[in-house]
Ligand binder design. Sequence first.
Ligand SMILES: Nc1ncnc2c1ncn2[C@@H]1O[C@H](COP(=O)(O)OP(=O)(O)OP(=O)(O)O)[C@@H](O)[C@H]1O
Ligand SMILES: [Mg+2]
Length: 472
Amino acid sequence: MRKYSPIEDELDKLNKQLEQRVIELTAQLEITNRHLKEEIIEHKKDEKRLTLKYSITNILSEFNDPKEALTRTLKAICENGWEIGEIWFIDKGTNILTLNSMWYNPPWDVKEFEAVSREITFPKGIGLPGRVWENGQPAWINDVIVDRNFLRESIASKLGLHGAFAFPIKISGNVAGVMSFYSRSIEPPDNDLLQMFDVIGAQIGGFIARKQVEEELQRMQNIESIGVLSGGIAHDFNNLLTAILGNISLSKLYLSKKNISPDDNVFKRLAASEESCEHAKEITSMLITFARGGKPIKEPIEISKLLKETTTLLIPGDLHITCEFDIPAHLYPVKADKLQIKQVIKSIVANAIEAMPDGGIIRVKADNIEIGKKDNLQLKDEKYIKVSVEDSGVGIPEENLSKIFDPYFTTKEKGLHKGMGLGLSICYSIINRHEGLITVDSKVGVGTTFHFYLPANLEGLRDASHISSATG
Ligand SMILES: Nc1ncnc2c1ncn2[C@@H]1O[C@H](COP(=O)(O)OP(=O)(O)OP(=O)(O)O)[C@@H](O)[C@H]1O
Ligand SMILES: [Mg+2]
């Protein structure tokens, strides 16, 4: 057996120590390396997030059309690791979230998922979008298949969807909609990403609010300028019609003097011309109201009486149309131009009747309301009365909703007795001149509701409270 010398023993010991040191250093190096790799991954993630944030900011400033801007935003987020993106907006009429648009990365086909999503709606607190609406905060789901509050689980599992997140679109701090995204992998929560999307949600809300104001201004300018033009033409036209009608009357007089029988064909032709001229005069007078509608002559009006009388008078007996009123006894007093408001009620109810050729229900409702920031309406934060006229008619397709207040927009046959496309433009300018607002909610095949708001006359309110305290 070989004997080790003391020097060899020492060398062996040193060697072992060295090996131990190398092992320790390697382990340390591995840890540092891992940290470094993690840092690089985080850095890359930060960079990706920042790039996405910039590209969304660019989209929102570059694209004028809100629909196009929102679709591009969905696409930009989906290109960053998410398969499907959706936008849900709160339907003001029914107060539920309905799908507005969807994006999915081609060539993936998610038609079935889209069909289910178009059918489904989310009340506050229900499902991923409803939860985000309720909390006003972004939310993360690691795996939708095991989440108890994910309603489209079976179709999601068919597609192999797992990870999801959603964030609110906020206008003036209030949730107006929700964007949600899905991926095919199980995703651990990414709080930095959620925080960034909280900011992006507010940015998108600001963009939508800005576009709404711009659209409203544009519409007002269009209505004003078309009003001035058609008003001028209508005025001259009215004078010409008066002259034609005068000449027809004189012709009828001359014929009578020549003992021509009133049954003669010439008389019949003249009577027909007279009738057409009268219709033409009705149209010119509508155009003049629209153009000149002018400053309303405001006086205290009894809006509940006006609503009931005007609506009841218009309901035809031969169609199966029933009318229901829900008007509280103590509506705020209102100062308005009675004839102009009557014209508004007439136009809205006439449209409702025309939308229900086979009969239906018209519900007229009025309420006292106080506008606040949460209402997100282009009105002052003051007291108003809100009138709603709901019908169970054909409804208005979404693509027409932004056009119905435009002058001459009609889906009815044009002509003397048919639609001129002026009824709602006149309503719009009258309500605008009363410093109110007119809005619409509609669903094809379900019905339409027009709402108009008129400022409460607080002086009248003070007078009324003075009277009630004096008498009470
Ligand atoms: N209650 C409603 N239900 C369904 N569609 C409606 C309703 N109200 C308005 N619309 C749609 O809006 C369009 C514009 O309405 P508007 O009252 O301005 O014009 P019009 O009724 O066509 O013609 P006019 O009122 O000048 O006779 C209508 O042609 C119709 O397509
Ligand atoms: Mg009409």
